[in-house]
Design a protein around this ligand. Sequence first.
Ligand code: ADP
Length: 327
Amino acid sequence: LPRQPAASPLLALDIGGTLIKLVYTASCGGGADGADLRFAKFERRRLHECFDFIRAEGLLACNGGTRPGGENMTLKATGGGAYKFADDFLEKLGVCLDKLDEMDSVVSGANFLLQNIPGAAFTHMNGQRNPVDVSPNNLFPYLLVNIGSGVSILKVTGNRKFERVTGTHIGGGTMFGLAKLLTGCKSYDEFLQLSQKGDNFVLDLIVKDICGELVCQKQGLSTSTLASSFGKVITSEKKLTDYKPEDIASTLLSAFTYNIAQIAFLVASLLGLRRVFFGGSYIRGHKSTMENISYAIDFWSQSQMQAVFLRHEGYLGALGALMSYGD
Ligand code: ADP
């Protein structure tokens, strides 16, 4: 962590399309390593809860709220909401937001985690979670796939050296939006729990459904390979209410997860990168999401590429913003 004088801010925010992420140090005066970091998140539509939290935790108290000259204190903030809600922060908390580029912040956050927090990077495959050893001389270049409301894909070649290669608007917001409409789930965690209890093969069309098992076996095709997500619905008489929300949730999660992983694979192949780090709140430390991403990357790359996950994956932007106090 950057050394922070006692009277400088200790809180940074990332105000995204869906969630507000906060990273702050445990005590006034600033921490010296990752162990002193605290994390909190709020739904963006509940901005007032975020304000209450900042007040209740005394996160502005370290700074006394106002600078000696009567000037408002400044917080580092990234994400589109840092622009949109700047006036609310000033009005409700009396703080100015120092707005930082979102991609700069995400990359600084990822690089900080990877270079300073032991065990921050890990693989999750075949039911096993294994730490990935990253040292500055074997870290770069890598592909960073940040799955938030939308998906950003970046090629990172060094500290502060990166290029936003591409992205897709079909991301976590799309999946969760559809999930709310189709399953009636109220929260993302409820959606993930539902998906764990469901069976995607109730709605998904697999190769065997099209060719029949015998032909598949003859042609050496894997019978369980997905041919079309939601494809079975077309030929069925069932209405939405005839499907279990669990099965719909499971189908949604696999459709989006495999799709994003496949795009990640394609971009990594085009750039000749073998290591793909995944961040963003979409992953949410959820085992089967990580398993499916890993499986897809391994499958498409014929084991030539590796999907790597990060602790605190949803807080990359906010962490990067916190790091910028040291600039
Ligand atoms: P953004 O910066 O665009 O808000 P995030 O990285 O915070 O993006 O990820 C938002 C996505 O993460 C949502 O679209 C959803 O898929 C997932 N998600 C994880 N936790 C939650 C939550 N508590 N509420 C809503 N979405 C969540």
